[in-house]
Design a binder for this molecule. Sequence first.
Ligand SMILES: [Zn+2]
Length: 101
Amino acid sequence: MKEEEKLGSVKRFGARYGRKTKLKFSKVEYEQRRLHKCPYCSKTAVKRVAVGIWHCRKCNAKFAGKAYSVSKKVLAKEVEEVAEEPETVKEEAEEQVLEEA
Ligand SMILES: [Zn+2]
């Protein structure tokens, strides 16, 4: 995927706010806007009405979910992939070992 394609809706911000921030935000916003699978009728026809409120166009079910996604897992995983620098975590772990010894 080209960088430009990844940005998608975030292009509206132009050159502002920084690349990493916008990449993370674009993932969240994509998840928020896309059609989700309905937990009741299993059709992919669920849209977000408001924060945490989801509505299925197929079976007309209105229910509570996460703020930007119907379920927890999908979004958390995707955002983690964009998140950076595992090195910081490594350094902290090493320091802890030294303190124990
Ligand atoms: Zn449904």
